[in-house]
Write a protein that binds this ligand. Structure first.
Ligand code: 8YV
Length: 321
């Protein structure tokens, strides 16, 4: 008998075909009549991306073996609650590295060259004013980038920044990446050094108890007043009130954000009102090709676990030591 799984969002056709070949599929979305708790009753596996999996959502899960998230980040999964229920978790690293790195470059260029506000400016019938300097941005090439969190995505950013833009890169990470230092001539720095020297500070850390609120008022005060802050990790790594204060008071030049403390962001959030803050709606990995690859990777993980095979990408906390 095929295992039964729960699909909680729209998936590409080839992924649905693959899942149907291996499983009986049930469907549930947040707009369904039942709750996620009820929907998890009687299923062996579930595909999620943003939905929180915790003690409450698992309360009626009576035969669940695997939660497969279509994301590299898994801060929406309560690992201890899953372990207590004997449920394992898988995720989708690697397939999105280049795509997220591309977005980081787009955010950096977009903020430095004020692309979004200039687009709105031209489309509302304007052209170069006599005081053209009011439209000036900042150079990106030959500047210094500081990356906090040097994982697989960080490395792809480094390649683009050094080879494409002649930037020098400093980084901070829990562990040094000596290979990356050799390959691209990047240098390891303390967070303090990095903040005070970088022209572009790129935050790429996962959300954990030690990174929550990492970018606070003190951190923004250390940055140069010509620097731009870029966040494509998780919103909760930043004290948003401190960030808006830093931009409004000229402590930093601007910011570009893919992620927010609250998603969807509240329309009244002051981050949306400042012209030097570029915002996009958590779309780091959101290209057709990459989201399809991520969904397929998640499906393969799920099917592997349900067939008692080694999942290609088990979340590290579930790996046997
Ligand atoms: C996800 C992401 O696809 O992979 C991650 O961790 O942040 C995105 O790429 C997104 O969270 C899906 O909702």
């Amino acid at each position: 008998m095929k295992p039964t799984i729960l699909i909680t969002q729209k998936l590409p056709e080839n992924v649905i075909d693959y899942l149907k070949a291996h499983c009986e599929c049930r469907y549930w979305t947040p707009s369904s009549d039942s709750t996620i708790e009820e929907a998890l009753k009687g299923v062996d596996g579930v595909m999620v991306s943003g939905i929180a999996i915790n003690e409450k959502t698992l309360s009626m899960a009576d035969r669940l073996k695997v939660v497969s998230t279509i994301s590299v980040g898994y801060n929406h999964l309560d690992i201890e609650a899953m372990k207590a229920k004997g449920v394992v978790g898988t995720h989708t690293p690697e397939v999105l590295d280049d795509t997220v790195a591309d977005l980081v470059m787009a955010l950096m260029l977009g903020a430095a060259r004020r692309i979004a506000s200039l687009d709105a400016y031209v489309k509302s019938g304007n052209w170069l004013p006599t005081d053209v300097e009011t439209l000036f941005g900042l150079d990106v090439h030959h500047k210094k980038m500081g990356i906090i969190g040097m994982g697989r995505i960080g490395r792809q950013i480094v390649k683009r920044a050094t080879a494409g833009f002649d930037m020098t890169v400093m980084y901070h990470n829990r562990h040094r990446d000596e290979e990356a230092e050799r390959l691209w001539g990047i240098t390891y720095a303390s967070i303090s050094e990095l903040l005070s020297e970088a022209d572009f500070v790129v935050l790429m850390v996962p959300l954990t108890e030690s990174t929550r609120g990492l970018m606070d008022a003190d951190a923004f005060r250390k940055m140069k007043n010509t620097a731009i802050f870029i966040n494509a990790s998780r919103g909760q790594t930043v004290d948003e009130a401190a960030l808006i204060h830093a931009v409004e008071h000229g402590e930093i030049w601007g910011a570009a954000l893919d992620v927010f403390c609250q998603e969807p962001i509240d329309a009244d959030n002051p981050l949306l009102k400042h012209p030097r803050i570029l915002t996009v709606p958590h779309i780091g990995s959101a290209t057709e090709e990459t989201r399809t690859r991520m969904a397929m990777s998640a499906a393969e993980n799920l099917v592997a676990v349900l067939n008692d095979k080694e999942a290609p990408y088990l979340i590290p906390a579930f790996k046997k030591q």
